[in-house]
Write a new protein. Sequence first.
Lengths: 428, 229
Amino acid sequence: MTTRTIEMQLSTPTMGPEGQVRNVPLGVARRPSEQMTEDFGAEHMLVNIGPQHPATHGVLRLVVELEGEAVKRVIPHIGYLHSGFEKLGEYRFYNQIIPLTDRTDYLAPMANNVAFALAVEALMGIEITERCRLLRVIACEMSRIISHLVWAGTTGIDLGAFTPFLWMFEERERIYNLQESWTGARLTTSVARVGGMMCDVPEGWEDGLRTFVKTFPKVLREVDSMFTRNAIWCGRTQGVGAMSSADAINYSLSGPMLRASGVDYDVRKDRPYLGYDEFDFDVPIGEHGDVYDRYRVRLEEMFQSVRILDQALDRLKPGPVDVADPRITLPPKSKAMSDMEAMIYHFKQVMEGVKPPVGEVYMGVENPKGELGYYLVSDGTSKPVRWRIRPPSFLNLAALPKLCEGALLSDVIAINASIDIVMGEIDR
Amino acid sequence: MIDGSASPIDPVVDGRSPAATVALDDVTAPSTVAALRARFPTAVIRSLVVSGQTVVYIHAAQSHAVLDWLQTGPLQRFDYLTDITCVEYRDAELPLEVVYQLRSLGRRADLRVKLQLDPDARLEVASVIDLWAGADWLEREAYDMFGVVFKGHPDLRRILMWEGYAEGYPLRKAFPLRGHWSRAEQTRQALQSNPEAYYSLEELSIADAYHELPQDVKDRLAASGRVLP
């Protein structure tokens, strides 16, 4: 992103945590925490936030040690949603794992499905068809948009702005309707299969997406005008929870968190998968690494996703979706019922599943939350020896104690919201 | 490159174009292994390329020195720790592996480092939290799920399972899918342990409330016991 510096009227320059001068609106300037120590003495207080609290975005428990209103320490407790997906995956066929991936990052299920299929295909060395590739790009970018919409809406609510939440969720419904007409499910899509997709998009679906692509940027620009120069929003987010690029790398942050800190790394650009290198899009990079920059990066990413969707729709041509190898994908049902050979393959597929060769692969993709990595180890059977999920928001949340250093209690809510966590993925 | 021979590693390459990325993969990964063998002749057990990704097996005893060198070495600069995890194979004869996924953001290069441990012996490796702060929760999770002790980790306790969880390490192959205990026993234990009802020893002590506790509660806390309301 060419970071547009926000010039506020009635603002006073203050020093940010990195020593840079930030424009913070008058009246929102903070008192340094040294003054607070005098006011409240050295008495510390523990505040328990969660696990059932709307601002923790799921079942996250934070124990905050306070000195007055200044945060001395934050201890996150996770695991309330632990479901043992990785263990369960060791007892399932590869295609049976795809429904589990829905339930990890349930705010972007399609991107997870695609990532898992890509990992198995990398393990087996499968080349997918052109139409399948473009459908997957569309699925990933639709997921990015709905995930960022939820993020912006709920973060707005956390910081006291209710109206954008309604706009965001209205737009999100439109994508959910598209997902429903494609896959039959709104949330648990399970859209990808090894070597193809569950099904092709229905008749007229592309027109529906094109309408969305045309009308959605207008809503985004309204959100932009509501937030970006809003004095309250800037006061609550600028200079809050800042992290330098060196720290962001050291803490293994990924996705918008990493890029907001000024690190130019996007898996779509630097380890291109699904032919992302053929698409014309920009990667927004932040400057200060604070909550405000994370907002700007995510907002810009939605605009860029719209660009990618537009290009993918232009390139989408009729053709086969699944690879034509009956050992990998199911033969059509009509053929399985009429042709002996197809029936045998169908039976073997259902009873034994796909069998990757002995080996292992780490497949990292750029998910809305950050870099999602699937590490698969195969011993040649139809069930993986190890299916490791590298969850982006788990590692991003691990940096929360560091991000909250020197913050106020109300900043903890803003910082936690800015990480964009989803507990299904953190606890797995 | 250590002994002064010409290095095929380009110090800074903008890996923006996919062709450059592919070339980097092909060139740097084996040369990293070669440099590693030259620097630590006894540490590297073997190296191989699987699905186009380079894997290096090193001796667990030298893991910290090797990983330190990979992070800070002038031509390596694997500054980004992507992941730490463990792999246990279904074949009980095979060793348990601790897997580090490393990445150099500057060179756009990846490397997988593996340590092999005897699954029947005490599982211990050196913590890398002093090298990468991101290793904190990853090591805690590996400890929680596999029982691998990361020596030098300042706060090695369970992370996904609760603190008093006593059934074992869930991702070990010897751990059944539904756990060791019966459903009734698991339910009883889960109801008995009320994680919200108590603060951990650490949280109590940071709030200075620890010193006001009666001695018997302190003793039970020190023995990782429960403080039920």
